[in-house]
Design a protein around this ligand. Structure first.
Ligand SMILES: C[S@@+](CC[C@H](N)C(=O)[O-])C[C@H]1O[C@@H](n2cnc3c(N)ncnc32)[C@H](O)[C@@H]1O
Length: 271
């Protein structure tokens, strides 16, 4: 709570604690504390409107951890995490630096509470930084001082887009956005995308949850598995391809999790 109050001071002009914010709702789904009453109420209402939202958020986070471990195993030692969210446990730099203390990570998020919590967590970590920016500003991000200081774009990098593209509406051309980031990556880099999808559901079933997100600071867009898969065209998809995230390289001994809300994810290598 202290962090939240400090964040309000730091970024008061951008922060509306009375309007639910998806980053802080997501933090609540994961059991975090960087959220306000309006976020908690909306998150609980979302879970009632569409049971399984919380489980999908947790499964997405577990997928992220497995992907970072996979990329490290492929020799990746630098990461750009777009729409990184409020840090909980098992963040990208923690996983990467536990294996390789020299691993570098730049986080990017537009939500002030997420940014402030990340700044606090990363204080004193010379290999990781947070950039307060909108991922739609590709050139500004790729030329940001944090990126120039920590990442070498001429070498392979792990690009993470975990559950951020639902926040990019069609009017902002997510296809072009993904393509622009990919164009900046060196061969041997990896791309990870995860994305929720309610396209197999009846509109009446999903109406409640969409209404809630429409009232938030950042409405979400659902996309089909085929559409999500299209962002990997021209890349070398890592097996098993675009799947519900719980099916992507599950840890040995993991109990099978059936997600009511399909959350697709995949990893691919840049040739
Ligand atoms: C659902 S959370 C996912 C967090 C994290 N990537 C994960 O998977 O655990 C989406 C995050 O994307 C951020 N976000 C949404 N739109 C963004 C934008 N245009 N630029 C930067 N960050 C954005 C939100 O603030 C939020 O923290």
């Amino acid at each position: 709570m202290v962090l939240v109050v400090e964040a309000m001071t730091l970024h008061a002009h951008e922060l509306d604690p009375h309007r639910p914010n998806p980053a802080r709702m997501y933090d609540y789904y994961l059991g975090g504390f960087h959220n306000f009453e309006a976020d908690r109420e909306a998150a609980e209402a979302a879970e009632i409107a569409f049971p399984g939202v919380k489980a999908a958020a947790r499964a997405n986070r577990d997928f992220l951890r497995r992907v970072v471990r996979y990329m490290i195993g492929q020799g990746i030692d630098q990461f750009l995490d777009l729409g990184s969210g409020v840090p909980t446990v098992g963040n990208v730099h923690e996983i990467a630096q536990a294996v390789n203390p020299d691993a570098r990570v730049v986080y990017v998020d537009s939500e002030p509470v997420a940014v402030h919590a990340s700044e606090t967590l990363l204080a004193g970590n010379s290999g990781a930084a947070i950039l307060h920016a909108d991922i739609r500003h590709v050139d500004a991000i790729l030329n940001a001082p944090q990126v120039e200081r920590l990442l070498d774009l001429t070498r392979p990098l792990g690009l993470i887009m975990a559950s951020v593209l639902p926040h990019i509406p069609e009017s902002d051309d997510p296809d072009r956005l993904v393509a622009r980031y990919l164009a900046a990556l060196a061969p041997g880099s990896f791309l990870m995308i995860s994305h929720g999808s309610v396209d197999d559901f009846d509109d009446t079933e999903t109406d409640g949850i969409y209404k809630l997100y429409r009232a938030s600071t950042s409405p979400i867009t659902s996309r089909t598995r085929e559409r999500i898969a299209s962002w990997f065209d021209g890349l070398e998809l890592v097996e098993p391809g675009v799947v519900v995230v719980t099916h992507w390289h599950p840890d040995t001994g993991d109990a099978p999790v059936k997600l009511r809300l399909p959350h697709y994810g995949a990893v691919a290598r840049v040739p």
